[in-house]
Ligand binder design. Structure first.
Ligand code: PEP
Ligand code: MN
Length: 373
């Protein structure tokens, strides 16, 4: 009885196992291992082209990252068949490594130099600081234009303002939508400030033609269809970290956008959900140096949504600057008590104007580039 029980299932299982390991092949993760090839300085171009065409013939995709002195080839696809020793032995090759991280385009190992994102005349990243300020929501043309002029006078170089608002309650103000975007564009015209505003759905994208930076909010960080669409919108994306997302998940969302061909991604730490309820979220300052280590993308911080309290905004903003943030996105309202959205965390233009010289001082003290432009 024992024998029957053993023999029949073992044969059966054996066939099934072979089907899994041989028939279906290796696990997807094994096949899709990422490899990088670091080349020696000034590689011979003919040899480099030969290497690339040979790699392509092996069925892998190649992404060439050209730094000032270093060239790196990122190989993606079924790299398990690529012989590391063979490539390492080539004259033009310095080193070959397999990379465990699942993100490639966003990975600093693929692209050692900081990415600098250009928005109009403003540069973000690589020592260039973005100071983004404005109301949570656009309430009227007068309101957005007034705040825009005030934050510009105090040193902001980009204007924020929400037209499509993700709200926890369906009964809360949902934003002025297309009309709000028109008001924001009027403020752009009057001040010359490039504008940042949130998209919540693919169907809204046709209204974003004149928007300079598209914000993808925390709640949509893993809206994969929207991420894919933003991958070919040709505009810089301000990607906010999800409420409970890990660094790797944030970087994988950036990877979605970059895989579509849009390399202009700005990462934003905006506080995460922890057991603490005193503040709206918990500002994870650790995210700044960690993301800088893992990725070449600029990292900015939102002290307003991170804390939920206006009096915490200046100290948290300065802490973020001290930790190496490439920028800040701050909610500023002319009358926070009567704001239609997020009044308790909005600072006044006067408080913003007191904070901006301290930001410059902090950058100077820390030895970062002085410009806050
Ligand atoms: C916002 O910036 O107005 C916003 C809704 O932010 P978050 O997605 O970080 O909550
Ligand atoms: Mn808000």
């Amino acid at each position: 009885m024992n024998v029957t029980l053993k023999v029949v299932p073992v044969v059966d299982i054996g066939i099934k196992l072979r089907a899994i390991t041989i028939g279906k092949g290796r696990k997807f993760e094994e096949i899709c291992r990422i490899m990088i090839v670091i080349l020696k300085e000034n590689p011979n171009q003919a040899q480099l082209e030969n290497l690339e065409s040979w790699l392509k013939s092996q069925g892998v995709q190649i992404h060439r990252s050209q730094g000032q002195s270093q060239t790196i080839l990122g190989l993606v696809g079924d790299t398990s068949r690529v012989d590391i020793d063979l490539i390492s032995a080539l004259d033009i090759v310095e080193e070959v490594k397999r990379v465990q991280d699942p993100y490639k385009a966003a990975n600093r190992k693929f692209h050692p130099q900081d990415t600098v994102i250009q928005v109009g005349d403003v540069k973000i990243g690589g020592g260039n600081f973005a100071l983004i300020a404005g109301p949570c929501s656009i309430e009227s043309e007068e309101q957005i234009c007034f705040v825009a002029k005030a934050v510009k006078a105090a040193g902001a170089n980009l204007l924020r303002g929400g037209a499509f608002k993700p709200r926890t309650s369906p009964y809360s103000f949902q934003g002025l939508r297309e009309a709000g975007l028109r008001m924001l564009l009027q403020a752009k015209k009057e001040t010359g400030l490039p504008v940042v505003t949130e998209v919540m759905d693919i169907s809204q994208l046709p209204f974003f033609d004149e928007v300079d930076v598209i914000q993808l909010g925390a709640r949509n960080m893993q809206n994969f269809e929207l991420l894919k669409e933003l991958g070919h919108c040709g505009k810089p994306i301000l990607l906010k970290r999800g409420l409970s997302s890990t660094y790797q998940e944030l970087l994988m969302s950036a990877e979605y956008i970059m895989a579509g061909g849009n390399e202009q991604v700005i990462l934003c730490e905006r506080g995460i959900r922890t057991f603490e309820t005193y503040t709206r979220n918990t500002l994870d300052l650790t995210a700044i140096p960690v993301l800088h280590r893992l990725s070449h993308l600029p990292v900015i911080v939102d002290p307003s949504h991170a804390s939920g309290k206006s009096w915490l905004v200046p100290p948290m903003a300065l802490s973020a600057v001290a930790t190496g943030a490439d920028g800040l996105i701050v909610e500023v309202h002319h009358d926070p008590e009567h704001a239609w959205c997020d009044g308790p965390q909005s600072i006044t233009p006067a408080v913003f104007a007191e904070m901006t010289p301290k930001i410059s001082q902090m950058r100077e003290l820390m030895g970062f580039a002085k410009e806050t432009k």
